[in-house]
Design a protein around this ligand. Sequence first.
Ligand code: KIV
Length: 261
Amino acid sequence: MAVSIGQLGKWKEQRRPIVALTAWDYAISSILDAAGIDIILVGDSLAMVALGYPNTLPITLDAMIHHASAVSRGVKQALMVCDLPFLTYQESLSQAIHSAGRILKEAGVQGVKLEGGYPLIVETISHLTTIGIPVMGHIGLTPQSVHRLGYRQQGKSPEEANRLIREALQLEGAGVFALVLEHIPSDLAEEITSKLSIPTIGIGAGPFCDGQVLVTADLLGLTPKQPPFATPYANLRDTITLAVNDFAGDVREGKFNPDKT
Ligand code: KIV
């Protein structure tokens, strides 16, 4: 059965961990979906892992819709969520409605993710959820704020931790259906998770969240450099390099015969 937003809340009640991974094209999403991944996120990290940008800021709404459309063609079961890229929701409420609406209508995903928990974003999210646009929140390390925050762990001081707890509660009040907690201390993630009735999805936030998400390119060892909290489960860079070198060697040495299968 296809994963619904309502199902996520039930899984939290049942303490059934939620598994989320990112995808940026049809090939990857069809593999993740067939493997039974619960949430497939078209994260704007694709700007870095698929398009080679130095951070997530340059990606456009059109590019996200292009990739999310390809991802959705490979998905039959998973819940699909797509990031709203930098400066496609912060300017005004009407900009946020327009951007989120385009993603839902054109890419066929079920929800959008917005970064941040400051008052303006909480207000925007409250409007989006009121008009029927499902929203996933994202606090802690928010990569769209890289020039202000860097990629440092967030929530280390008591003041920062209290702010993040406050933001999590306000985002829940604004109607988010789940909340990504990125790169915050494990005990803080545990405290936030215990205070919310919506599921938390951690990345670099310890084992006590209701679910975990990873950037699939990091999981597969496709990225040349991974964040410290990413856990590679394969080394596809080496596997691909080996296959490419074998093929090139066979062609150069006259050993490659396309008719021989
Ligand atoms: O863009 C992304 O891939 C994300 C995940 C790291 C949660 O936001």
